[in-house]
Design a protein around this ligand. Structure first.
Ligand SMILES: [Mg+2]
Length: 303
């Protein structure tokens, strides 16, 4: 079986992953509303429409950049992030400020490297938006990690944030690869082989070790589930959860959301990775309740 490497084939896969990401983001964020807590316990759906957050807004820029440039052009990506930045979509304060400054003519290279006293952000923003890029590069997981690496820098320059993005892109590429989704173990082994030594990688090794654990809450307590909103306390658990739910979007969503934490982001990552695979499409009803993807995206991908 071969993978469709035409620009249209790549775009179709990236959009399928983006839809999965948007549903995870939008539905996950509903459970920050206290009135919806009881629904989460019994896996009930809140009434629509479910609005997506910064995860989907930024992921749309990633897909738009790929559609136009056929790779990650960092300046184009930074421009798209800044241009489409909607303050009310739940961005972190540092990224809010950075994107406003880029919009006012600032240089993302200087601004992003100066964040957090020159360490760069180690938040999960680079990872939460990148699964569709992995789907785009289903024919070349190594290239997926390379492009994910350069896609991180316009906002996230700390090593952990960059590796978090590489890991998620690798997972989506391996899930979208011909032959259908790999086994959970093969997926995490494949990701670990593609990312450099880091706290994210150490977390992934631990996640690999815990694939047979039935108790998701314990695993989330060990690996972290985004409560610190860092790449290394978000990505290992999200990929553990995605690996166990390949081909079953609903199960992946609920298992991820039910442990709490940074639910829009963990569910965006799981949704984007699972939906990168042919068998991982979200339920139609869920897609229908989710706010439609941004209008500017359809304009970009059509041009
Ligand atoms: Mg968000």
């Amino acid at each position: 079986m071969t993978v469709d490497s035409s620009p249209d084939g790549r775009l179709d896969r990236a959009l399928a992953s983006l839809r999965g990401l948007a549903v995870g983001d939008a539905l996950g964020s509903q459970f920050f509303v206290p009135a919806n807590y009881p629904l989460l316990k019994r896996r009930g759906l809140p009434p629509g429409p479910w609005q997506w957050t910064d995860d989907t807004e930024m992921a749309s820029s990633v897909v738009a950049t790929l559609a136009v440039h056929r790779r990650i052009d960092q300046d184009a990506l930074a421009r798209s992030f800044a241009e489409h930045h909607d303050f009310d979509r739940g961005y972190g304060p540092a990224v809010n400020r950075l994107l406003r400054q880029v919009r006012e003519g600032g240089d993302w290279r200087e601004l992003a490297s100066a964040l957090f006293k020159g360490q760069g952000s180690w938040g999960n923003g680079a990872a939460m938006r990148i699964a569709p890029l992995g789907a785009w590069y289903a024919d070349d997981p190594e290239q997926a990690t390379h492009q994910a690496e350069i896609s991180a820098y316009p906002t996230h320059q700390h090593r952990e944030a960059v590796v978090g993005a590489m890991a998620v892109a690798a997972a989506a590429a391996l899930t979208a690869a011909p032959g259908g989704p790999p086994t959970p173990g093969a997926l995490l082994d494949g990701v670990i082989a593609l990312v450099p030594r880091s706290a994210v990688e150490a977390g992934l090794r631990r996640a690999r070790d815990m694939l047979d654990y039935a108790d998701t809450t314990t695993v989330a307590a060990v690996l972290g589930c985004g409560r610190r909103t860092t790449a290394h306390d978000t990505v290992p658990f999200a990929l553990w959860s995605a690996a166990r739910a390949l081909g079953d979007y609903e199960e992946g969503f609920w298992a991820t959301a039910q442990v709490g934490g940074d639910m829009d982001t963990t569910c965006a990552i799981v949704g984007g990775v699972v939906a990168a695979g042919k068998a991982g499409t979200p339920p139609t009803e869920w897609v229908e309740r989710t706010e439609v993807l941004p209008e500017w995206l359809s304009v970009s991908v059509a041009s």
